[in-house]
Design a protein around this ligand. Sequence first.
Ligand SMILES: *Cc1c(COP(=O)(O)O)cnc(C)c1O
Length: 419
Amino acid sequence: MKKILPFSKEKVLGIIKKYPTPFHIYDEMAIRKNARRFLKAFSILEGFKEYFAVKATPNPYILKILHEEGFGVDCSSLPELLMSEKVGIRGEEIMFTSNDTPAIEYQKAKQLGAIINLDDISHIEFLEKATGIPNVICLRFNPGTARKGTDIIGKPEEAKYGLTREQIFEAYKILKSKGAKRFGLHTMIISNELNEDYFIETARMLFELAVEVYQKTGIKLEFINLGGGIGIPYKLEDKPVSYENIARGVKNAYNNIIVKNNLHPVKIFMECGRLITGTYGYLVTRVLHLKHTYKNFVGTDACMANLMRPAIYGAYHHVTVLGKENDPYNNVYDVTGSLCENNDKFAINRKLPEIERGDILVIHDAGAHGFAMGFNYNGKLRSAELLLREDGSVAQIRRAETVEDYFATLDFAGVKNFK
Ligand SMILES: *Cc1c(COP(=O)(O)O)cnc(C)c1O
């Protein structure tokens, strides 16, 4: 898909005067429009709800925008639960999907009235001890060899997530006997998938399992959570999914399986992250150095601490050289960061216009799993996050880390007063 920017070079130069590079900037208008389009398409499913995966873009300003648009949140840790609480999201607007979960996280989720999604049959007893069995409970299903999965999550049978088929029936029986009243079923087996049929196939698989759950346990599921994992068009040749096609496919499967087996109504939930914010966030960075050795290197003031998808997944992120969009793409570069790791590259052998020191690069599709995956290895500091408001103004929604932040957790003589 063609890459477009919501700001001009002049606008970015103005922003940089106040907020130095590197920074992430999110486009509020585009996020809201996409959220509305998404909900409109899926509104053909009765009781549909999207729980935004907080881990994709864990910033309270972003959560607030999405909550205003009618989204709930999918949390996976104590800080994510606390952030959601601060934004004013509570109760069953929170799905708590975690794994290898500490007791304190179950306790906080229960206190907030969140829907708890169990990752393992042994967690029933663990949860009971930690907080008691709640009224409403969800189970995460892992289909094993029945499905094939993708690179990021891997083959389901090798993934650490979820209960096996046999455990699912057993777990519902135990939960019912321990007093749970309302039940949900969940799966999440793919990531960044652009094949619409794959989601419809996942829905069908869960609907069929719901029928079997009813036959084997007498439990009528209240909701089915199809997980996240819908992809975005990172590459120019990628085609975005059609929300309408997926919604229609899920609805057909629902009619053919859930309705036919007299299990209607079952609410359909999703917990997409990437699809909601990924396309609408940009990493803006300045060129510090040009280096010509066995290859041509462009050294930026950002690094994989700001966006590590290219390094860990070999992911493609489109790069625009601001103001040179119409120049010939005659040069081949590796676009790098400053980390002492040779995989610290945003692009490898990328055809780009001729780059000069001081040029501003925009790295596209960094709005999800971008800033969020940041880290401090090599003493690298996380950048600021900015929000391009609907009226064109720019707000800083998280300041950049400072050296003081980096030292804040150390208690070594005088190290905090390093100056
Ligand atoms: C990561 C994750 C998501 C969101 O995935 P996206 O690819 O961003 O849509 C949803 N649910 C669970 C359980 C996850 O781990």
